[in-house]
Design a protein around this ligand. Sequence first.
Ligand SMILES: Cc1cc2nc3c(=O)[nH]c(=O)nc-3n(C[C@H](O)[C@H](O)[C@H](O)COP(=O)(O)OP(=O)(O)OC[C@H]3O[C@@H](n4cnc5c(N)ncnc54)[C@H](O)[C@@H]3O)c2cc1C
Length: 462
Amino acid sequence: MTTDADTGARRPGERVVILGGGLTGISTAVHLRAPWVLFERDERLGGHARTDQREGYRFDKTGHWLHLRDPAVKQMVDELLPGQMVPIARRARIFSHGVLTRYPFQANLHGLPPEVIKECLLGVIEAKVAAASAMSPSATPGAAPSGAVASAGGAEEPGNFEEYCLRHFGAGISKHFMIPYNEKIWGVHPREITAAWCSRFVPLPNLEQVIAGAVGAGPPEMGYNQSFLYPKAGGIETFTRALQTRMAGGQAHTRANPDTVDWRRREVVVGGERIPYRALVATIPLPELLKRMPDLPVEIEAEAARLRCTTLRYLNIGARGKPRSDWHWIYVPEKRYPFYRVNVFSTAMPNMAPEGCSSICVEMADRGPVTETSIRDTTAALVAAGALGKAEDLVFADEKQIEYAYVVFDQHYYQATRTIFTFLESKGIFPRGRYGAWTYNAMEDCVLAGREVAALIDRAAA
Ligand SMILES: Cc1cc2nc3c(=O)[nH]c(=O)nc-3n(C[C@H](O)[C@H](O)[C@H](O)COP(=O)(O)OP(=O)(O)OC[C@H]3O[C@@H](n4cnc5c(N)ncnc54)[C@H](O)[C@@H]3O)c2cc1C
């Protein structure tokens, strides 16, 4: 089949093709004025922002709490779900040393064993003094200003996330929370990760706030996600479904997994059919896209081989009774526990579980298969953390997996993604979304990414 794609002329039937029907793909379709066609591999749209059910228990695909900052997105959510999204003040805790403390760890040391608090405080002060001396070689420790830990920067940027933690939080907080927690969540040691991803997500209290938090006089709440919105019914998928009602001007095909992206001809092959595109918005995981693109230049193949991502296994737990504690989620840094985060959906919204019961999601640190032993250990730890009344309350524990969960921001990340994205965009392919753009982000970012790419494509067409 001949094509005039290379000439840039419009071909009959040419549309914008969207690969992947998660929030980014849906939002792209919502905002595009040009005709589009969307292909989603699964039986329904929504990607990670979906809700599973079993025996009256509902589970999002791990905690999916909606944090909104953009006024236009807030307004859209209000219009789509008037009165249906409940604002909830976050109750996030850390579970370590056998106690629950407030989030973030670094600003709420109060309640930990005294020797741990002392170690953490000394570490912060030492880090601060070291940073002050690095800034001004003539400065003496006694002359260090009582300014922010946040502003403490040495002459050089930290080389990796471990150095970032040591620089900003000191040895104690790094040892008791930052390093073990981040190793569990990312699946690699923080020294393998750069620090650039974290500025929006890791709260940086100043020294005064750290000390106040250690004596129980900390700030009420800190961090980017102090409150969230959650649907009155149906889990986070209610939001995703509402957004889908705004999709117009195209067709969404589910159970449709493209075989090939013929980037030279600008065609996608799905089930043997060739679909010409004038622009391709790729929200499927970047390696899955590249795999489908034959005859890539060798330098792109080489950079593609450097992309790393960790898989996540989690447990959907149905339980009798309500938790003893009232937190929505906890962070669990200690290695002795086989998981790093637990969400209790039914504490945020009681109808996520049958009357008087709880729906709980446990994000496992171990990347291997979940065993009977790990379920037993998890159950015991959930009792200790106040999520379960007693081990016998467990009704079921379903193992689930997210194949692409956390993109690893290692030292190759920036070079690899820059090279790949430059190549793709030169071919009319726009990688977007958490896994298309190979990044770390949240649901709102994906809605915004869809809006942005739709505007870009429509502008180019105009
Ligand atoms: C563990 C975890 C917890 C999170 N918690 C929160 C939170 O509390 N709050 C928040 O705002 N965000 C949270 N997020 C982030 C949020 O899930 C994402 O930012 C967002 O849902 C990503 O949307 P997306 O459309 O970019 O990608 P996805 O949701 O991954 O959508 C991509 C779609 O592509 C489809 N697909 C894949 N391969 C193919 C193929 N070959 N062909 C066709 N289709 C394909 C998939 O089925 C999927 O539907 C969390 C993410 C994770 C992993």
